[in-house]
Design a protein around this ligand. Structure first.
Ligand SMILES: [Zn+2]
Length: 343
């Protein structure tokens, strides 16, 4: 094969497992479509919640759910979403429980080259879920139920879907509502920090990419989605805990690009002062360096610096010494003094 020949499209129907699911997108076709679970060598996925057929909604518009009456047809959806997947939400209803799921997929796989490329990304993501996100599923990433393939459907030719736990509302919608309290924004930033502490770097988090972060107001949980560019083995070098600051540090000072980006998205760095005049931030950064130099783990050091910042903020009218600040000018919290004694 010559080097510039297009790769042949993935042949998912050569690799079906025994399991089936029936998905009805009942606004467009009255009968369920049978999907076969795709077998991926060495990859194990959780079994779907029990129940009869999955009932799905119209696909999402890039800006949110689409009204069924505005549905333009599957050919048009494939054209509109040519470089990405369509998304829909679906439910499994058993006698006493409703499981809400998210479905994303590609259409007309037998003919559409762009959708074939998206299928490759879905495949890459499925492998990443299996290899690196097992422990985090249901915690910071959705529970993932694998890839499912239908050689023929009533609604889009050959279709490949990924089925996962429904994660909640998109960050863009969340941030424009009254529910975006500081406590919830902290929770989201802390969730990303935890993902990094597990070595997972998402690679598509930041301003303009808010769709990859979901917040569920009913369960107060955060889910990161779309791991098609993610990688494992990240060693996070962030220098500040999740707190609200009066200024932006430089990216280099902060130490981790993605952890910085999420704080930017969540508006945790204010611009009330110039960063060189932000004594709390400067002292926190210096304090962090001091703890790391003493051999304190980064996780513990971040925790301690966070406690110290909280402590400062309980002291009304605290004025940190004007520059040059030294370690002796840092008021320490009680448990920090205790920890310092141990090092
Ligand atoms: Zn990091």
């Amino acid at each position: 094969m010559s080097a510039n020949m297009a790769p042949s499209p993935p042949r998912f129907f050569d690799h079906h497992e025994e399991q089936l699911l029936h998905l009805t997108l009942d606004f467009t076709a009255p009968h369920p479509t049978t999907f076969y679970k795709v077998k991926l060598e060495g990859a194990h996925f959780a079994p779907l919640p029990p129940g009869p057929d999955l009932i799905g909604t119209a696909p999402y518009h890039p800006y949110g759910p689409m009204k069924e009456s505005r549905f333009p047809g599957w050919e048009e959806i494939a054209r509109l979403r040519s470089d990405s997947t369509f998304c829909s939400s679906a439910v499994i209803q058993s006698s006493n429980e409703v499981s809400r799921l998210a479905v994303k997929g590609v259409l007309f796989l037998e003919t559409d080259v762009f959708q074939q490329e998206s299928a490759e990304r879905m495949l890459k993501e499925a492998k990443f879920y299996a290899a690196h996100l097992q422990e985090l599923q249901g915690k910071f990433v959705p529970r993932y139920y694998g890839l499912w393939h239908a050689p023929v459907t009533q609604w889009g030719g050959e279709v490949l879907i990924a089925v996962m736990e429904w994660g909640g509302m998109r960050l863009s919608a969340f941030l424009h509502s009254e529910i975006a309290t500081l406590a919830r924004r902290f929770r989201i930033a802390e969730a990303l920090d935890e993902l990094h502490d597990h070595g997972v770097y998402h690679a598509q988090i930041g301003v303009g990419q808010e769709r990859h972060i979901l917040y569920n107001i009913e369960t107060e949980s955060v889910r990161f989605v779309d791991f098609s560019d993610a990688f494992a083995g990240h060693i996070c070098g962030r220098q500040l805990p999740v707190r609200l600051f009066d200024s932006y540090p430089s990216r280099i000072q902060f130490g981790c690009r993605e952890a910085y980006s999420i704080r930017q998205c969540l508006d945790l760095f204010g611009n009330r002062v110039r960063n060189r005049d932000d004594d709390q931030m400067n002292v926190a950064l210096m304090h962090m360096q001091g703890l790391l130099a003493r051999g304190v783990s980064r996780r513990e050091a971040l925790h301690l610096v966070g406690r110290t910042i909280d402590h400062w903020r309980t002291i009304s009218g605290l004025q940190l010494k004007r520059r040059p600040v030294t370690e002796n000018s840092i008021p320490l919290s009680a448990d920090e003094i205790q920890i310092m004694k141990n090092y």
